[in-house]
Ligand binder design. Structure first.
Ligand code: CO
Ligand code: CO
Length: 350
């Protein structure tokens, strides 16, 4: 956008870089009042809070479906479109699916923002969908006070090869494929406290598809996976721990972080969503006394277009990590393990 524009795109962002997602606790209460679909063709529904729904068509093919949308997290409209599409596609990749088609969901204030901005958002999204090997086939746009953009994705998956968040086993090692800290650094950017180099690092990560990580995990064979988005590492990890009925231990020193994330967290640039995530997850997480507050905040930080969290048998972990790092997923790290202990609980060590 030029400097003459009345509004910056991120002026429309609600309080955090994560899209002001409804908190996990509130969402659970709401969904508990809505009857859940029961159908023997529905292989993965909303019960375990998995990434995408899976609906079986025949022995070899199931549909895998998801959607995601949010207000701008960056000011450049083309980049925002790319990030939103990459984020939506990620749920298909987390389950080991192949995206086929996408449709755009758009709210846009044509009275306050130039339609050139909308064109750039749509082009960014369409280009990212094309990069994923899928086709943008349509969408729906309404006039609204603030811009929102998102994507519905339909993909295919082999019903025998679905990677859910429910398959983690005691003894597995955990790999995270992108650094944490997008919410904190976007908050710093909006406060005028993040420099261009650090924004560039975060944007490159948010724009990057989880496609290579997904393909490599399928080749190597893993027990469970999910992607890290609005509920933060610990929120999504708790969903995995609960669905898999296991306990988890994470070593904070091994968790990949954006270079300036700890510094901004220490300055108190914490998005509201991180506090919501802590309220929801906090009682099921214990921290060793050496884990400081800034480190804790990063583990609750809501991520936009975060990485895959993969649970892999220990004997396969080294080969998987090496392959990821050699094939474009350089930031992937081993961050912890699945342990025996209280089901659905997480311990953070240092
Ligand atoms: Co997800
Ligand atoms: Co999602």
């Amino acid at each position: 956008m030029s400097e003459n524009d009345v509004c910056k795109l991120t002026d429309f962002t609600v309080s955090c870089g994560c899209a002001a997602k409804v908190g996990g606790g509130a969402l659970r209460e709401i969904l508990a009042q809505v009857p859940q679909a029961v159908d023997n063709r529905l292989l993965v529904g909303s019960g375990n809070f998995d990434d995408a729904a899976v609906y079986q068509l025949n022995e070899e093919i199931a549909l895998v479906e998801t959607l995601d949308f949010f207000p701008p997290v960056v000011d450049d409209p083309y980049t925002f479109g790319q990030i939103a599409a990459s984020n939506a596609l990620s749920d298909i990749y987390a389950m080991g699916g192949e995206p086929l088609t996408a449709m755009a969901i758009v709210c846009f204030p044509t009275k306050t923002l130039s339609t050139d901005i909308l064109v750039a958002i749509l082009r960014g999204g369409a280009d990212k969908v094309k990069e994923a090997g899928a086709v943008m086939v349509g969408g729906h746009t309404i006039e609204d006070e603030r811009p929102i953009y998102g994507v519905v994705v339909t993909g295919r998956i082999n019903p025998g090869k679905i990677v859910t968040n429910a398959g983690a086993k005691s003894g597995d090692l955990l790999i995270l494929t992108k650094p944490l800290g997008t919410g904190i650094i976007i908050t710093a950017m909006k406060a005028g406290l993040a420099g261009q180099p650090e924004m560039d690092e975060v944007i490159a990560s948010m724009v990057a598809l989880n496609k290579p990580a997904s393909q490599i995990m399928l080749e190597e064979g893993v027990n469970a996976a999910t992607d890290i988005t609005g509920f933060g590492l610990l929120g999504h990890l708790l969903e995995l721990a609960a669905a898999s009925r296991v306990a988890v231990e994470i070593n904070i020193s091994s968790v990949p972080l954006f270079s300036s994330a700890i510094e901004h967290a220490r300055m108190g640039l914490i998005p509201e969503g991180a506090y919501r995530n802590r309220d929801f997850a906090g009682s099921r997480v214990t921290f060793a006394s050496e884990v400081n507050l800034a480190e804790q905040d990063l583990l609750f930080d809501p991520q936009t277009s975060g990485g895959l969290l993969i649970s892999v048998p220990a004997e396969k972990a080294d080969a998987l990590l090496k392959k990821l790092q050699q094939q474009g997923v350089e930031k992937a790290r081993l961050i912890g393990e699945i342990v025996s202990g209280d089901e659905g609980f997480i311990r953070i060590t240092k």
